[in-house]
Design a protein around this ligand. Structure first.
Ligand code: AMP
Ligand code: GLY
Length: 421
């Protein structure tokens, strides 16, 4: 099979790595890809949010199957364009991807599906939003309605912080994404991410993970796209997982199908768990990044079979084979991230590290300049390892980091601290 993966991050490197190992893969193209992906696939430049351009490239490369990595092409309707062109595609339609693209839409679906989530109110008017915050008090959570690259959320511990976040959003810091705001009840508990493959009707739990969204040690500092992750998430016991499927995931899929917008792709279920009861924090319409890296490390080549089965509507036949293992990924980011940072700084030592089914450095923002690996983004490398225990996976990942020389980079040294105790 000729396969095209859209995207250029660590998530797409991990997807490409798992796919390339599967005997069904004859040819693998990743667009636009990065320096790490280029080691195992053909990388081609492409505007991945332009549906017509994606269809043209897929035809020119005789692609049988397209896997869409990030949310932006999904929200832009690239999956719709590919399916209209008769090309088998993994990823939800623009209508179904509203589960990520609009927080207000997700809340409406939760209401209709009676799925447990935080109480909320939706505002387009600054003064009304301020009045609501003053009436509710803190802690309280302020969210920009649209896609804001994971940075449109303020968990405000004081009323002042909440009002400042509103000022920010209504003054246009998030562009169009801030013109509408969802204000939510603050939920206590432990967070986990749950990944479920969906084929429109059936749902297949693929695994759990926990990530660290804050930039600094001890989960402090500003939110990022994620500074590290591990799988499985200890808080996701079998009982919690079953409740989540029964109370949240299946009712959501049923509601989406009933509206004529069945959900096909991976559903990223962000959860808050308190006393064994899961509540939905958010949905995403794609794999988490860096959560995907630990899932792929644990699943290996079978991940592609399940993704393919989801796209072909065959999930009722699919079965995930889990080993009782653990994986961890540590993000190396450019100094300054998630604020301003430099690009083009040299990185050495990565090429000398082993690439095995238990150890991989997935690349996020990298490129090559005259053969030299250099940074090309905020999050740059995802140093990933698997072990019999989380401690073993952790020690292996941090051992690999020691061999990487990147003076302009930094990482958190405490990934997994909650689970490691
Ligand atoms: P989101 O982009 O919706 O995932 O929000 C980013 C982060 O904000 C989440 O991972 C949580 O840590 C936190 N968060 C979001 N909503 C809530 C909530 N209602 N209560 C507590 N924390 C929240
Ligand atoms: N790591 C969180 C996300 O991908 O949204």
């Amino acid at each position: 099979m000729n396969i095209l993966i859209l995207g250029s991050g660590g998530r797409e490197h991990a997807l490409a790595w798992a796919t390339a190992q599967n005997p069904k893969c004859d040819k693998l193209v990743v667009a636009p890809g990065n320096a790490g992906i280029a080691e195992l696939a053909t990388c081609l430049p492409l505007d991945i949010e332009d549906g017509a351009a994606v269809v043209d490239l897929a035809r020119a490369e005789r692609i049988d199957f397209v896997i869409i990595g990030p949310e932006a092409p999904l929200a832009a309707g690239v999956a719709d364009a590919l399916r209209e062109a008769g090309i088998l595609t993994f990823g939800p339609s623009a209508a179904a991807a509203q589960l990520e693209a609009s927080k207000a839409f997700t809340k409406e679906i939760c209401d209709a599906a009676r799925a447990p989530t935080a109480r909320y109110a939706h505002f387009t008017d600054h003064a009304a939003a301020r009045a609501y915050v003053q009436e509710q008090g803190a802690p309280i959570v302020i969210k920009a309605d649209g896609l804001a690259a994971g940075k449109g959320v303020t968990v405000a511990m004081t009323e002042g912080e909440a009002l400042a976040a509103l000022d920010d959003m209504f003054s246009g810091s998030f562009g169009a994404a801030g013109a509408e705001v969802v204000i939510e009840e603050f939920m206590e508990g432990e967070e986990a991410s749950f990944f479920v493959l969906c084929d429109g009707e059936e749902a297949l739990p693929l695994g759990t993970a926990q990530d660290h969204k804050r930039v600094r040690e001890g989960d402090t500092g500003p939110n990022t796209g994620g500074m590290g992750a591990y799988s499985p998430a200890p808080v996701m016991s079998e009982a919690v997982t079953e409740r989540c499927m029964a109370e949240i995931v299946r009712p959501t899929l049923k509601e989406m199908a009933a509206r004529g917008t069945p959900y096909q792709g991976v559903l990223f279920v962000g959860l808050m768990i308190e006393n064994g009861a899961p509540r939905l924090v958010e949905y995403n319409a794609r794999f988490g990044d860096p959560e995907c890296q630990v899932l792929m490390m644990r699943l290996g080549a079978q991940a592609f079979d399940h993704i393919h089965a989801a796209a072909e509507g065959r999930l009722s036949e699919a079965k995930v084979h889990w080993a009782g293992d653990h994986a961890m990924t540590v993000v190396m980011a450019a100094k300054g991230y998630p604020g301003a940072y430099e690009k083009g700084t040299p990185i050495t030592g990565v090429e000398a590290l082993p690439e095995t089914s238990r150890r991989m450095v997935f690349h996020a923002g990298t490129r090559r300049e005259n053969g030299q690996l250099v940074s090309a983004g905020g999050r740059v490398l995802n140093v990933t390892a698997r072990g019999e225990s989380l401690q073993e996976a952790r020690d292996a990942a941090y051992g690999m980091i020691e061999a990487i020389d990147w003076p302009e980079g930094f990482y958190r040294s405490d990934i997994g601290w909650r689970a490691l105790g």
